[in-house]
Ligand binder design. Structure first.
Ligand SMILES: [Fe+2]
Length: 310
């Protein structure tokens, strides 16, 4: 209601109503539902904080800078969604996983589709000892009744000891620390990689400015990325978080869920090393992935590899 005596001045609520009326011709139902709610909430938000014109321009400029710093290998707007917790809210709503099933976590901006399909037991540390401390990750993919799922695919990726993914580090071999594994008839998978380390998310762009304004660090706790897929089961994009990491409960992108925290056991007993045919100590993680029935799906985002010399 206008507070003018004769009610002649236009209120912000009238403008909201006008905008909502203007988009009712939107062709697709889903687009109309999403846009209507988005506009309603955005206008209410502006009223609630009494958003100032220079602040709106500042926000527009922030988004422009997000676009400008983005390229094939860096997507600042995904990073923005991640640090605001939006990615985790959306993923968690969408996943609707039943209790006991593998939970979702963030995909992150470094997924690169099409990594090599490897036999079980293969080592995806293609860069040698500089990649980090060896880790053996193995277990089964199971359904909710505890029965093995044969032919499930685990698409995995991680950083080297410097906290860098191969696609943004020209010094690493192509597809280093990335690979796809399929479970055998007993639902088992088995791979070698390196123990994950915590790493900073890029702070040299607008998202870094946002973190500084909010007095937040830009570290992600050590994690191992997995996309688990099997015919007749819901595809799950997730991460396993290492329990001994100092940033475990202050993840810059809010990805950690209790069921995703895992423990790597240090193997340095000579008898066990001999049994595993290893000369050097390593980390062992046995982890089973439990999938719920549903539709398997494709991940629609994939990054490229940054050109060498950059
Ligand atoms: Fe990551």
């Amino acid at each position: 209601m206008a507070d003018h005596e004769h009610g002649t001045s236009t209120t912000s609520e009238q403008i909201t109503a006008e905008v909502l009326a203007a988009i009712q011709g939107t062709g697709a139902d889903r687009a109309r539902v999403v846009l209507t709610s988005l506009i309603r909430h955005a206008h209410d938000f502006a009223r609630e904080v009494r958003l100032q014109p220079d602040e709106l321009l500042g926000a527009a400029d922030f988004l422009r800078r997000c676009g400008e710093i983005s390229d094939e290998a860096r997507h600042e707007l995904i990073l923005l969604s991640d640090v605001l917790g939006m990615t985790m809210v959306v993923d968690t709503i969408a996943a609707e996983v039943p209790d006991g099933a593998l939970e979702t976590s963030v995909l992150g901006p470094f997924y690169r589709a099409g990594s090599p399909l490897e036999p079980n037991g293969a080592n995806i540390s293609r860069g040698g000892s500089e990649d980090g401390e060896p880790a053996h990750i193995h277990g089964q993919v199971l359904n909710l009744r505890g029965e093995p799922i044969a032919g499930a695919e685990l698409d995995v990726w991680g950083t080297n000891a410097n906290g860098l993914y191969e696609n943004v580090d020209p010094l690493q071999p192509d597809y280093n620390l990335r690979g796809r594994f399929r479970t055998d008839e007993t639902g088992a998978y088995d791979l070698w990689t390196v123990k994950p380390v915590s790493y900073p998310i890029p702070a040299d762009g607008p998202v870094g400015d946002l973190l500084r304004v909010t007095n937040r660090h830009n570290m992600r706790p050590a994690h191992f990325h997995v996309i688990a897929t099997a015919d007749g089961y819901r595809t799950i994009v997730t991460e396993l978080y290492t329990d001994d990491d100092e940033y475990l409960w202050t993840d810059a992108v809010f990805g950690v869920k209790s069921s995703l925290v895992v423990h790597y056991e240090r193997i340095d007993d000579p008898r066990r090393l001999a049994a595993a045919d290893r000369a050097e100590p390593y980390w062992d993680l046995r982890h089973d992935f439990v999938l719920a029935p549903g539709e398997s799906g494709e991940v629609s985002f994939s990054t490229g590899r940054e050109a060498a010399g950059r």
